[in-house]
Design a protein around this ligand. Structure first.
Ligand SMILES: [Zn+2]
Length: 422
């Protein structure tokens, strides 16, 4: 019954039992492999003051009795005496005014349950309550649940992946089984965000290296802090918080402001091509939870824009739209300054209309000759192999290398590489 090597099992003898498990379906048609999952018993009662009282009363005659629905919820009593005293009993047990009650069945004397339920119990279904937080007649509104649930994506710390999310799924499945929910899985996907460290070390009170955001609000501004947090590392892996990075982010936002206050006028086609690339990169990055690459793309745009002497108003507005999820305050300001048509930048949608410039975008194509890197050529994006070869032959250095040689094969990966075998 332990793990080990199979014995007396015909052709399966000597196989490791863990490997045999995968083969069990082969043994006989009547045996089918399956995986069983078990959940440890989950004790939801807590001996502390803070929590939702468990709505149960104990009567000597009637036993354990539910508090009737019209008396719910049982409210915590107001008291100064809420510290547990080490006796193992809930602090509520000392509050006789709370404890002593009447039995809902026989009307005789009864005692209330004094434990409260664990906050994990309620955090396991809060996503349902959030849809209708003010509705006092039901825990959650079915119509709103149908409209919004299940949750498309859950983003949280990785510590959620094994506890909270498991409880949450467990509760959803239980609610589903009693026909309270139309689905079993409450969250379609989960992404665990990374951990932010400071100067290479984990933040902790004892090391005294905790970052207090408020200080940076004063010195660098909220936008700089928000944008830096999204830029300093990948969202899923976290990053290293450095003051020098905060300074650089502040300078970047100053440059954004400089672009926004440049004289209005014509912009070059190159800058519009850059904007078309930026729109595409930011859209891709946001959809893939890569805020750092979105911000990097906007930085590239700002670099290009600052080489020009004037800028079209729409380009400024669109730059602000792309940056506003990260630096909402300065972008809202820019939007309003540039006469944005909506009340807020949030209502004005994603930038559009740059598609025609996308086809004009250029790409640098690395050129290999028989597997060795020999140079690069600049091409319009999505160029054909013929166009790529034309560019290679137009390059003085590359065409010399190919002079008098017969080309045996060309391996061309559009926008990525060309390898000419001679
Ligand atoms: Zn009773």
């Amino acid at each position: 019954t332990e793990k080990g090597k199979m014995i007396n099992s015909g052709k399966y003898s000597d196989m490791l039992s863990v490997d045999f498990i995968d083969k069990i379906d082969e043994v006989s048609d009547s045996i089918k492999g399956s995986v069983n999952y078990h959940l440890h018993d989950w004790c939801i009662s807590r001996q502390r003051y803070w929590g939702p009282p468990i709505p149960i009363v104990y009567c000597e005659k009637c036993g354990t009795v539910h508090v009737p629905e019209d008396e719910l919820p049982v409210m915590l009593p107001n008291t100064d005496d809420y510290i547990p005293d080490g006796s193992g009993k809930s602090p509520l047990a000392k509050n006789l005014e709370f404890v002593n009650t009447t039995c809902p069945v026989c009307g005789g004397p009864a005692r209330r349950e004094t434990d409260v339920s664990d906050n994990f119990l309620d955090s396991a279904w809060y996503y349902l309550r959030y849809l209708s937080p003010k509705n006092r007649s039901v825990p959650f509104d079915d119509e709103l649940v149908d409209k919004w649930c299940p949750v498309d994506m859950y983003i949280g710390g990785n510590e959620h992946a094994t506890l909270h999310l498991m409880y949450s799924r467990f509760l959803a499945m239980a609610l589903h089984d009693i026909d309270f929910l139309p689905f079993e899985e409450p969250f379609a996907s989960f992404r665990g965000h990374g951990l932010i460290i400071k100067d290479g070390e984990k933040m902790s009170k004892s090391k005294g290296n905790i970052v207090n955001p408020n200080e940076y609000f004063e010195t660098h501004g909220v936008d700089a802090l928000r944008t830096y947090l999204m830029f300093m590392g990948t969202f899923l892996e976290g990053g290293d918080f450095r003051d020098s990075g905060m300074d650089a982010m502040r300078r970047f936002l100053n440059r954004v402001w400089d672009i926004a206050t440049m004289p209005e006028g014509k912009s070059s086609t190159e800058l519009k091509i850059k904007m078309s690339e930026t729109v595409e990169k930011v859209e891709y990055s946001i959809n893939n939870i890569k805020p750092n690459t979105a911000i990097a793309a906007i930085m590239e745009f700002v670099n290009e824009a600052s080489k020009e002497t004037s800028i079209e108003r729409q380009l400024v507005i669109d730059m602000a739209k792309l940056l506003s999820p990260f630096a909402p305050f300065v972008c809202e300001e820019i939007y309003s300054m540039k006469g944005g048509k909506k009340k807020t930048i949030l209502d004005d949608g994603f930038p559009y209309g740059y598609e025609k410039y996308a086809s004009m975008a250029k790409t640098e194509l690395p050129v290999q000759i028989t597997g060795k890197m020999r140079g690069k050529v600049v091409l319009p994006q999505n160029a054909s192999q013929e166009k790529a070869m034309e560019a290679v032959m137009a390059d003085e250095k590359l065409s010399k290398m190919l002079e008098g040689k017969s080309i045996r094969k060309i391996i061309y990966v559009q926008d990525k590489i060309i390898n000419i075998i001679i």
